[in-house]
Structures are given as structure tokens and as C-alpha cells.
Design a protein around this ligand. Structure first.
Ligand code: ARG
Length: 584
């Protein structure tokens, strides 16, 4: 039995079709999840294929159907309309599938995806140094973390790279300020990052008013870029302080990286880029700058991709070009995934077009390049989210508030939990709520950050799903059973005994398809939607069918359904980067 029945059917139908003369090797059955009224899956490709080959679609589809029936007994198949094929898994098939895949370990490594066996670099979080992380840094971290887990689960060899902005123009101002104020970094280490933010704001205001200060900041930046020792030392110190403040957040959010190379890592790799792109005639001089145009593109034919500024300095684009080359040569990356907000769409589109032409001209393998972009976080009124003073909300503050609010919720729901456990549950539920609220939205849109909606047991929320998990653990606990050992399906069991059991079983086996959709579009909300629906089916089942019944066979079947639901919910939530709880 295969974990993904979509894939199983796809392969099976192709195989069967090859025994029939009217289907060539170019035939793709296009198996997709079906409208639940008609079955589990449908083959969309039969009709269009036969149409293209000028064959009678109903006749061709019916030949295929008959051949399939001879080969395959697990599915019922029917023809509908002008030549659609609908497949519904029979009870015996559904039971077999459940027997094979009701624990996390049973499908580990069994799931193949478009990323299987590929080396995939994922570039996410990537904040700029010298500031604390604020609410604007949330989405890249949360979405990136979920996607890297999906890709790894889907067989990809994942490399997580935090492309920190540690070489930007902010350092000119900071160096000027640190020197002028003779700022001592060791004075008050706890406050260091805040002090740096203050210094930066002051300095930035000064450079706007005073051209002398502006010149001074510029000089400091040039000195840094030319390798001045003192400036490099201060720069290093500022970055250390920044990393420390980032790490607190990463730890709490359960995020880790394989590499934190940062923009500065590429500072001596940019000359190569200028040379290569100029030699290939991709880059041209334009008003003193070095730029790339894309004549075939409606906007980028005129809107330049600037890779060296007119003052001779490299920029974000140069660094990203050097980064692609590095990842391609050193990591042998087959694919690169970038998670940033949607304001960077032009940048990545220009980057990808440039890389494609450059690599093709140099006969390098062009990696698959994906820009995973997301919208802005808005407040409940649809405005950009800010503090009352109009400042961005600090991430640390936001996470604390989430824990606080979750704590209130838990105290109402489970007043009897021991205090220490309440605290732990509050942290898991609070942070889980923030993550899930973000992930359950279609990422490309803006999204409204609403505490009351996300920290709530009703609706498509983390508390709802985490509670569903805890409730299933409670079922086993109350019956005095271990989750691991319960639910041994008797071999003579032939089918389900109620409609609600069957509906739940058919929902369970759709898990790999929800994952495939999420992976294909790099959109976690598909998995969220699936988990929410699954929890709904479970409720339907649990309200209708008692688990602890006399009949041993029925009891074992229902325990198996509980177990499979539990493992699917937990796997899904873990893939989204949430922790789960046995009790709450
Ligand atoms: N540091 C950038 C920012 O804060 C994001 C970097 C994304 N990654 C990249 N390779 N460009 O917007």
C-alpha cells in the first residue's frame, strides 16, 4: 500500500493505460482529489487526452475503466459525464491503508514530493542587524519554518540559511554615533540592543538635518567597507549583540538554522559578479551605475536591476547574485526558496531572470528558484500594526502577550491544572496561536492580527486543534490504554460499522494530498484547512460513535481511528512548527 493514494492511482492508471493501444506514453491521467459526493479521486486527464487524439472519449474511458477493474480491487470506479472517471476506495482498501499508516513513524520517509532527493536551500527570517525583531519579522520566520519542515518531510535535503542583513548602510550612522558617544558595549549588556536602536534613531535624524553628519556617516561606512580595523571591531560587536537578541526569539519559536552566512559573507565575492555579467553583456553601464535590463519584460525593459551603484558600492542585488552562485557551487543546490514580504517581488523577479540568463550562458544548471512572498500584518481595523506611540511592536512583547492571553483562556477552561503545567500550556498555546493564525491565511494577502480570533477554542485556530489532540489523548487515558499499543485491528474485520467512521477514514487518507498541495504551491494554509476539516470529522465521529463499546472488534476499529487521527493531527501541527500537548 502506498501512503499517497493519489500517487498510487496515478501510477496504476498509467501502467494500465500502456496495455491499451489508444493510450500513448504521453498520457497523464491527472488524478486529483474529487468532490466528496462522487468519490475520493477523479481522473481529469482521460477526457482531454482522448479529445486531443480524436478518439471517442466515453469509449476510451470505458476501456480504461474495465482494464483498471481487472488489475485493481481496492477502488470502486465509475464513469461520469462525457468521460470522467471517479474512484472511491472500498472499505477493505481504507482499512488496509489505516492499518499501514496510523503512526508518525509509519509514513516517515514514505512520502515523496516534488522536492524528493533535491537539495533545497531555504532562505528565511533574514532580519537586518542592529535592531530588535518586531512584528514585521514574524511572517518570514513562521512561514519559512513551516515550509522547511514540509520540504524535509517531502524527501528534500534541506539547508536552512539565515541571510542576515549585516552589511547595510545602517552601519555608517551607527559607527559615527558609537564613536561620538564613546559608547561602551559592556556597560549594560541587557540593554545594549535598545541603546543601539536609540543611537541609530538619533544619528539618522542628525544626518537628515546636517550635511556634515551625513558626510561623516558616509565616511565611516566607506572605512568599514575598506576593512578599517576599528570599524570592523565595532561592526562585529554590534552584530554579536544583535544575534543574541535574535536567538532569544528563535529559541522560543523553535527555529534553528544550518547556516547564518549574512550579507557580509559575500562582500569579497561581488567583483566576480560584475566581471561575469559584464563579459556576458548582461550588465551595462547606465548613468554611472552597472545595471541589468530585461528587454523581453514589459517593465524590466526600462526598470533597471542595479547591481553596482554609481558610487561604486555593491548592494542588495549584487549580494543576492553572489549568494545564488555560492549556493549553487558550494551547496550544489537544486532549488532555492526565498521567504520575504511581497514588496520584494520585483527584486526577486529581476534576480531570477538575471540568474537564468547568466547560468544558461555559462552552461551551468539553472536552479529552481521560488519567491515565497507574503502580505503585511494589519491590526483589527485593517491598518499597519503599531504600538500606541506609532512604533513597530517588539516581537518579544508580542510573544509575552500571547502567553498572557493564552494563560487566561486556560485558567477558564481547565482551572484544575497544576500551576506549572498551566504556564507551560500557556506558552505552547500562545505561540502556537500566533503561528497558526499566520499560517492558516493564504499567505499572499495581508492579514489581520486579531487576538480574540486566534486565541479562541472556536474556529480554525490553534487552541481548537491542540484541544482536539489533547482530547484524543484523554480518550486513551480514561480507558487505561497506551496510545502506542491500542487499536490492533482484528484481521477478520471487513468494513466500517457506521457512516461517521467511514467519513473520518476517508478524510484521514487525504493527508498526503493536503501536503502535496501545500508543497506544490508552497502555501501552508492548505494543510491548516485540512487539519481543521479532519478535526471536524473526528468530532462528528466521536459524538456519534462511542469508543468504549462491548463489541471488541468495533472497539478496536474505533481506537484505530482515534490513533490515526491523533497521529495525523500531531504530524500536521508539528510540520507547521507547533508543539502539541497531551493535556490542556
Ligand atoms: N534582510 C532582508 C530584509 O530584511 C531580507 C533578506 C531576504 N533574503 C535574501 N536573500 N534577499 O528585507
Amino acid at each position: 500500500m502506498e501512503f499517497s493514494l493519489e500517487r498510487y492511482l496515478q501510477d496504476k492508471l498509467m501502467q494500465v493505460a500502456q496495455t491499451l493501444p489508444i493510450f500513448g506514453s504521453d498520457f497523464d491521467p491527472e488524478i486529483r482529489p474529487a468532490d466528496e459526493r462522487f468519490g475520493d479521486f477523479q481522473a481529469n486527464g482521460v477526457l482531454s487526452y482522448l479529445g486531443r487524439k480524436k478518439e471517442n472519449p466515453r469509449e476510451g474511458a470505458s476501456l480504461l475503466m474495465e482494464a483498471f477493474k481487472k488489475e485493481e480491487a481496492l477502488f470502486d470506479v465509475e464513469m461520469a459525464g462525457p468521460g470522467f472517471l471517479n474512484f472511491k476506495l472500498k472499505d477493505a482498501g481504507a482499512l488496509n491503508w489505516l492499518k499501514a499508516f496510523h503512526t508518525e513513524t509509519s509514513y516517515q520517509g514514505h512520502y515523496r514530493s516534488i522536492f524528493s532527493d533535491k537539495t533545497v536551500v531555504i532562505d528565511y527570517s533574514s532580519p537586518n542587524t542592529a535592531k530588535r525583531m518586531h512584528v514585521g519579522h514574524l511572517r518570514s520566520m513562521v512561514i519559512g519554518e513551516a515550509l522547511q519542515r514540509f520540504i524535509r518531510f517531502g524527501g528534500g535535503n534541506v539547508i536552512r540559511d539565515n541571510h542576515v542583513g549585516d552589511w547595510g548602510t545602517q552601519f555608517g550612522i551607527l559607527l559615527m554615533q558609537v564613536k561620538e558617544k564613546r559608547y561602551n558595549f559592556d556597560e549594560n549588556p541587557e540593554q545594549a540592543i535598545e541603546t543601539l536602536e536609540g543611537l541609530y534613531q538619533e544619528g539618522s535624524a542628525k544626518t537628515k538635518e546636517d550635511p556634515v553628519a551625513l558626510e561623516e556617516a558616509r565616511r565611516e561606512l566607506v572605512k568599514l567597507q575598506q576593512g578599517d580595523e576599528e570599524n570592523l571591531r565595532i561592526w562585529q560587536k554590534i552584530n554579536e549583540i544583535s544575534y543574541k537578541s535574535f536567538d532569544n526569539i528563535y529559541k522560543r519559536m523553535g527555529v534553528t538554522f544550518d547556516y547564518v552566512l549574512g550579507e557580509s559573507f559575500y562582500r569579497d565575492k561581488v567583483d566576480e559578479i560584475y566581471k561575469a555579467l559584464t563579459k556576458l553583456n548582461l550588465a551595462v553601464e547606465d548613468q554611472g551605475a552597472l545595471v541589468v535590463f530585461h528587454p523581453e519584460h514589459t517593465r524590466f525593459c526600462k526598470q533597471p536591476f542595479i547591481i553596482r551603484k554609481s558610487d561604486g558600492a555593491s548592494n542588495y542585488a549584487t549580494t543576492d547574485l553572489a549568494t545564488v552562485l555560492y549556493r549553487s557551487e558550494n551547496f550544489k543546490a537544486d532549488a532555492m526558496v526565498y521567504v520575504t514580504d511581497c514588496r520584494q517581488r520585483d527584486h526577486f523577479e529581476q534576480l531570477f531572470l538575471t540568474v537564468k540568463k547568466w547560468f544558461e550562458l555559462e552552461h551551468r544548471t539553472v536552479p529552481e528558484l521560488y519567491h515565497v512572498y507574503f502580505g503585511t500584518v494589519l491590526d483589527a481595523n485593517g491598518k499597519a500594526i503599531k504600538t500606541r506611540e506609532g512604533k513597530p511592536i517588539q516581537l518579544q512583547t508580542l510573544l509575552d502577550e500571547a502567553r498572557e492571553r493564552a494563560y487566561q483562556l486556560i485558567c477558564e477552561k481547565s482551572p484544575d491544572l497544576p500551576e506549572e503545567e498551566k504556564q507551560h500550556v500557556a506558552e505552547v498555546v500562545g505561540l502556537g496561536s500566533i503561528k497558526y493564525a499566520d499560517l492558516s491565511q493564504e499567505r499572499t494577502g495581508n492579514y489581520r492580527f486579531e487576538w480574540d480570533k486566534m486565541i479562541n477554542f472556536d474556529g480554525n485556530t490553534a487552541p481548537y486543534l491542540l484541544y482536539a489532540v489533547a482530547r484524543i489523548y484523554a480518550i486513551f487515558r480514561k480507558m487505561g490504554l497506551e496510545v502506542d499499543t491500542a487499536g490492533e485491528l482484528p484481521s477478520d474485520l471487513e468494513g466500517f460499522t457506521t457512516a461517521t467512521e467511514r467519513v473520518l477514514a476517508h478524510k484521514l487518507l487525504m493527508f498526503p494530498m493536503a501536503l502535496s498541495l501545500s508543497l506544490k504551491e508552497l502555501k501552508p494554509h492548505w494543510l491548516c484547512r485540512y487539519l481543521f476539516e479532519l478535526a471536524g470529522c473526528f468530532s462528528g465521529f466521536y459524538n456519534a460513535d462511542k469508543v468504549n463499546v462491548e463489541d471488541e472488534n468495533v472497539k478496536q476499529l474505533r481506537l484505530l481511528l482515534c490513533k490515526a487521527t491523533l497521529s495525523t493531527l500531531e504530524s500536521g501541527l508539528h510540520l507547521l512548527g507547533l508543539e502539541t500537548l497531551k493535556r490542556m
